[in-house]
Design a protein around this ligand. Structure first.
Ligand code: C5P
Length: 235
């Protein structure tokens, strides 16, 4: 498999073509950013931990009937995926009030949300990822109403599966973000599921075990990422 210039360079991952037209190469870099890229650093091996956790969770979801773009790992930071035409909508599932939900609405941090709350954001750094609703998504031609309903159903199923597994390692899945894309006629889960895209709290101490450690200088980011990867995947 040959690599050239990335066809897409995101804030933490780069995407390359491969020799197979139905496979792309995703490299998890060590870059970490927050606040729409306003805060950024490079943390050695961060990409490896996120790739490991993402691959583990994509495989776990696949084993439980939820397909994604994930095909296989090539090396410790390189994932082979199906090419998707990404839909610029972030699908956020929240089980506990935190982050922007607490900043923007009168929720108390830590309040349980039952049933879980789904928030849809329009993915656009320049616009600071504004919240979007179903009518705007349809009006922009991003998804049909039926597709939105199906994506939300999938997101809730993923929530049930992730919560169950993350509960077993002594963490609460506070919230997480998913991205979806088109592959032929199908809409598939894409992007990553990692400590960058989930909010995880230790059940006993309520301490953050995710990117909030970086965002708010709460401690040793890499020790935190390594601990989650180890608890989840055993490596
Ligand atoms: O910032 P907010 O509270 O809306 O984030 C909700 C969840 O979505 C968090 O787990 C956060 O890490 C994730 N997220 C993300 N990428 C974004 C925005 C949020 O992974 N652009």
């Amino acid at each position: 498999m040959t690599e050239q210039e990335p066809i897409y360079r995101g804030k933490a991952k780069s995407v390359f073509r491969s020799d197979n037209p139905d496979e792309l190469i995703v490299k998890f870099r060590d870059d970490i950013t927050a606040f729409d890229g306003a805060k950024k650093d490079e943390l050695a091996e961060k990409g490896i931990y996120n790739a490991r956790v993402s691959a583990y969770l994509f495989e776990y979801l696949r084993a439980n009937g939820v397909p994604s773009h994930f095909v296989r790992m090539e090396d410790e930071r390189t994932m082979i995926v199906r090419p998707l035409k990404m839909i610029p909508v972030e699908v956020i599932v929240r089980n506990i009030a935190a982050g922007s939900l607490v900043r923007n609405y009168p929720f108390e941090e830590g309040a349980p949300l039952d049933p879980p709350v789904i928030v849809l954001d329009y993915k656009d750094d320049a616009r600071h990822d504004p919240m979007i609703n179903e009518e705007i998504i349809v009006a922009l031609g991003l998804m049909t109403a039926d597709e939105i309903a199906s994506v939300k159903k999938t997101a809730l199923r993923i929530n049930d599966l992730l919560r169950e597994r993350i509960d077993e390692i002594g963490l609460d899945l506070v919230d997480f973000k998913l991205e979806f894309g088109r592959h032929g006629d199908e809409i598939l889960l894409g992007d990553e599921i990692s400590m960058d895209s989930m909010r995880l709290w230790d059940k006993k101490t309520r301490t953050s075990m995710d990117k909030d450690v970086y965002r708010f200088d709460k401690g040793d980011v890499m020790a935190t990422y390594a601990a989650v990867a180890e608890r989840l995947t055993g490596a």
